[in-house]
Write a protein that binds this ligand. Structure first.
Ligand code: NAD
Ligand code: TYD
Length: 340
């Protein structure tokens, strides 16, 4: 059995964080997991309801930018690894209102880094994104040495956080790793992001809003493959390094949406081409050969399998997303897409 560890997961009530906690609890039942989450609009305790009585899991409601709260956790618990998922994560919201992105994504990361420095936490893992690299043309891949050229306020805030992590490793000698992953999809993703929005709209016979002509390309990875990569990295990754994580699965948005409609069994006439997103990145694609070569990881789930499993999950869990598609979500939807 793996040596016992205590992991502080931030943002564990969100999409990837909750999948990661489920994955880790399943694989390392003797690890202790502390989940620090502010429960913003996209943080959902339902995602982890099976764990309420699980003795090695605890939930702390709080803000990563609250230094007292963060210090309190480190004083109460001997944390071995911090995995920082907590973030404002939606590009469209960052275009509407960037302020909160700076506070959570940059300042929040710095508060955690400061805690890691003060309490000499053995490892800090920063969950970053391919979006820090900016946009690709029709060829080429992002490598770990591609210059940072973020184009949205979200991407800029994530790039700034990455630079702060780097600064803390160089200046204070903390042990930290940065991971940069491509677009995830799977269970528990908030239905404002492309795939869950399109699945849930298709199930409700609503229009499917595609920005521009739908030819923008993303490199899709099934969330469990991302969790497996993080598992390998937090156990065997080298401190100070950056690791790209990708799905080797480039698809245009239009292809993705057509595939969803086919699985749900609804007509392509539901597709509605909308005005383009400002600063819309053309294409993302990851070179993850470093992770593959050094740590023997590669994605396992094909898009065809993963998207079917994801649609099935949204069919089987309609209560989960229908509860979300009310209140604040509807106001946001109306502002973004008009009252469709
Ligand atoms: P999400 O929006 O689903 O979840 C974010 C979580 O963070 C929520 O539970 C929210 O309540 C919590 N949170 C927000 N602000 C907080 C704060 N100030 N203090 C504590 N908790 C706070 O996001 P996600 O899609 O799961 O993304 C998780 C991380 O992975 C983010 O850092 C994101 O940048 C990164 N990432 C996401 C993708 C993707 O495709 N979704 C790809 C690459 C990297
Ligand atoms: P999104 O899921 O927001 O992820 P990101 O912008 O971080 O890559 O969007 C994925 C792609 O889908 C992106 O090219 C924008 C596009 N998109 C639409 O065409 N319509 C939508 O309603 C949304 C939310 C996204």
């Amino acid at each position: 059995m793996a040596e016992e560890k205590t992991i502080l997961v931030t943002g564990g009530c969100g999409f990837i964080g909750s999948n990661f906690i489920h994955y880790m609890v399943g694989k390392y039942p003797n690890y202790r997991i502390i989940n620090l989450d502010k429960l913003t609009y996209c943080g959902n305790l339902d995602n982890l309801c099976e764990l309420v009585d699980y003795p090695h899991y605890s939930f702390v409601k709080g803000d990563i930018a609250d230094s007292e709260k963060v210090r309190g956790i480190f004083q109460d618990e001997r944390v071995d690894v911090i995995v920082n998922f907590a973030a404002e994560s939606h590009v469209d919201r960052s275009i509407e209102d960037p302020d909160l992105f700076l506070r959570t994504n940059i300042l929040g990361t710095q508060v955690l880094l400061e805690g890691a420095r003060e309490m000499e936490i053995p490892l800090f893992v920063q969950i970053s994104t391919d979006e820090v690299y900016g946009s690709l043309g029709s060829s080429g891949l992002f490598t770990e040495t591609t210059p940072l050229r973020p184009n949205s306020p979200y991407a800029a805030s994530k790039a700034a956080a990455d630079l702060m992590v780097r600064a803390y490793t160089k200046t204070y000698g903390i042990d930290a790793i940065i991971t940069r992953c491509s677009n995830n999809y799977g269970p528990y993703q908030f239905p404002e992001k492309l795939i869950p929005l399109m699945i849930s709209n298709a199930m409700e016979d609503k229009e499917l809003p595609i920005y521009g002509d739908g030819s923008n390309v993303r490199d899709w990875i099934y969330v469990e493959d991302h969790c497996r990569a993080l598992d390998v990295i937090l156990h065997h990754g080298v401190s100070g390094e950056i690791y790209n994580i990708g799905g080797a699965c480039e698809r245009t948005n239009l292809d993705v949406v057509k595939t969803i409609l086919e699985i749900v069994g609804n007509p392509e006439s539901l597709i509605q081409f909308d005005k383009d997103r400002p600063g819309h990145d053309r294409r993302y694609a990851m070179d993850f050969s470093k992770l593959q070569g050094e740590l023997d990881w590669q994605p396992k789930v094909t898009f065809e399998e993963g998207i079917k499993q994801t649609v099935t999950w949204y069919i089987d869990n309609q209560d989960w997303w229908q509860r979300i598609k009310t209140g604040e979500y509807m106001e946001y939807y109306e502002r973004m897409y008009g009252n469709r």
